[in-house]
Design a binder for this molecule. Structure first.
Ligand code: ADP
Ligand code: MG
Length: 321
């Protein structure tokens, strides 16, 4: 099977590649054409997943397709953007139709659940790697950035943290767990649900937002730096799932939430007056800390004691923790 047959069979023919709203021209030409309504801006984000770095060689291609797009779409949620389209740059060691079929199926399901149209990409030979670029639209000036947090704001997250990090030893076959626990944690790892509806609801309310990919502490550090504030995280307020605490115990579960990564849950700062409205609208919002004057990130326990750990989260290229 040649490159063009591959593109046609597995991607151009996929339901998610049939032109969607805002897509003027999809796969097949030199560029795709997107229409952005007047008064709106394009939100764009790229994510690369490399075999052996971001996922194991032997992983299920259906789950990989789902997860890769979910991770990319989560950035649109974090900006409060409405999903529009995505491109897929795929590097493959060889053409394995069964693998491609399953991958495209997982990708397509996630694309449809996020309302993202596949509008183009690139296909090359080499070690397995995936690059997804997502495009969304947002009314001019209303995107949720990292830089607007103000002293007095609450620090909130959109759901339980740490499950995906807790699942990692299961993904890597380093540990096993009782079936119900393994099922719950692996679902969070392989099919995180981008919090797109929450991101839209936070427009005009949250002062800063991001999606947690490297652990709550490291990601709050980004908000603190961009906003010129200090973020104080309350260790005892972290939302943790029952499967995670059963599997790891409370202390390790907290560490997974604080420093584990791969959650793709939104973290945001919110004037206290906005909290009741979000809860009344049915969003799962957990207050996990507050913003104060100063800089950096601190972790406190229930008694207000500083218990900030020295390591924060995962970083590529970092020599020492
Ligand atoms: P060009 O050489 O002009 O860059 P290509 O030959 O690489 O174009 O690709 C042909 C068409 O197929 C383009 O519209 C491109 O966006 C699309 N495409 C290539 N690879 C993929 C892929 N993996 N998924 C979706 N679309 C793809
Ligand atoms: Mg071209």
């Amino acid at each position: 099977m040649g490159e063009f047959e591959l593109i046609r069979n597995f991607f151009a023919a996929a339901p998610c590649a049939q032109t969607g709203e805002g897509v003027v021209l999809g796969i097949g030409d030199d560029c795709a054409l997107l229409a952005v309504p007047p008064g709106e801006q394009l939100a764009i984000s790229t994510d690369t997943l490399v075999v052996g770095v971001h996922f194991p060689e032997a992983c299920d291609p259906f789950l990989l397709g789902q997860r890769a797009l979910a991770v990319a779409a989560s950035d649109l949620a974090a900006m409060g953007a409405t999903p529009l389209a995505f491109t897929l740059a795929l590097t493959l060691p060889d053409v394995d139709p069964d693998w491609l079929q399953a991958f495209a199926h997982g990708l397509n399901l996630m694309a449809q659940s996020c309302s993202l149209s596949l509008v183009g990409g690139d296909t090359t030979r080499g070690p397995l790697s995936l690059t997804m670029t997502v495009f969304g639209r947002v009314p001019a000036g209303q995107a949720l950035t990292r830089s607007g947090a103000r002293p007095g704001d609450l620090l909130c997250v959109g759901g339980p943290l740490g499950d995906a990090a807790g699942a990692l030893p299961l993904v890597l076959n380093q540990r096993s767990a009782e079936a119900s626990i393994a099922h719950a944690l692996l679902a969070q790892y392989w099919s995180p649900q981008p919090q797109l509806a929450l991101g839209l609801a936070l427009r005009g309310k949250a002062t800063a937002a991001l999606d947690i990919s490297d652990g709550l502490l490291a990601d709050c550090g980004h908000i603190a730096l961009a906003s010129g504030v200090r973020v104080v995280v309350d260790r005892d307020a972290l939302p943790l799932s029952a499967p995670l605490t059963t599997f790891l115990g409370l202390e390790a579960a907290r560490n997974a939430a604080l420093s584990g990564g791969d959650d793709y849950v939104l973290a945001f700062t919110l004037p206290a007056s906005q909290l009741a409205g979000l809860l009344a609208a049915g969003f799962s919002v957990h207050v996990v800390g507050r913003v104060v004057a100063g800089q950096g990130v601190a972790l406190i326990d229930g008694a207000g004691q500083d218990v900030t750990p020295s390591t924060r989260g995962y970083q590529h290229f970092r020599e020492t923790p």
